[in-house]
Design a protein. Structure first.
Length: 212
């Protein structure tokens, strides 16, 4: 009987030892797991991934801005080319022979409309009355470029009264006949107005007002 008791005690001690060791191992592993656990947002790998994602976002924004900038530059370039072409057509229309006053008026309106939208300053031959431009071409022997370069009547050594007189002369029937001759147009009624622009007094104030 003592032999069986001793054997049972030995088995009990062995089982108890195994359980105790298993418990220690389990606690040790749990402690290691707890100590080594790091928040995913704090790990080096995740931080690198997030950094790369931020870089990708910035790159996409920069690319979109660059594409937008290129598109705007292309639009501006197209409009400037269009204005250059219209300016050449207007210059040609002023100087060519024939009754093309409606064409000149149309080109002027188109150029002024585009420049107003793009906030670009207009030039004198685009803004001034056709009669005045022709007076400067015929009587003052000026080129269109020289007319455009004028910043005030003083460029012609004129005072305010002399400038008013010049504009009045440009609107006279006598000078309109000169325009018809210059354009090699058969004269039917030289009293007809070439254009329907702003009134003479408004034109005087507009041009001379730049000096005030």
């Amino acid at each position: 009987m003592k032999t069986y008791a001793h054997a049972a005690l030995a088995v009990f001690l062995i089982v108890l030892g195994v359980k105790t060791y298993s418990l220690k191992v389990s606690r040790s592993l749990q402690s290691q797991i707890t100590q080594s656990t790091v928040s995913p947002l704090e790990s080096v790998e995740v931080a690198e991934v997030l950094s790369k994602l931020e870089d990708v976002g910035e790159i996409n924004v920069e690319r979109n801005l660059a594409n937008l900038s290129e598109t705007e530059e292309e639009d501006i370039s197209i409009k400037l080319n269009q204005l250059d072409q219209l300016a050449l057509e207007l210059e040609h229309a002023y100087l060519e022979s024939g009754d093309n006053f409606e064409v000149i008026s149309h080109l002027k309106r188109k150029i002024l409309s585009l420049k107003e939208k793009e906030e670009i300053d207009s030039r004198n031959v685009e803004e001034w009355e056709i009669e005045l431009v022709y007076f400067l071409i015929i009587e003052e022997q000026m080129t269109l470029e020289e007319i455009n370069l004028m910043s005030s009547p003083r460029d012609l050594n004129l005072n305010e009264n002399e400038w008013r007189t010049l504009i009045t002369q440009s609107q006279s029937p006598t000078f309109k006949k000169r325009i018809m001759e210059y354009k090699d147009i058969e004269i039917n009624n030289p009293l007809d107005t070439l254009t329907t622009g702003i009134e003479q007094e408004e034109l005087i104030e507009e041009i001379w007002g730049e000096e005030e």
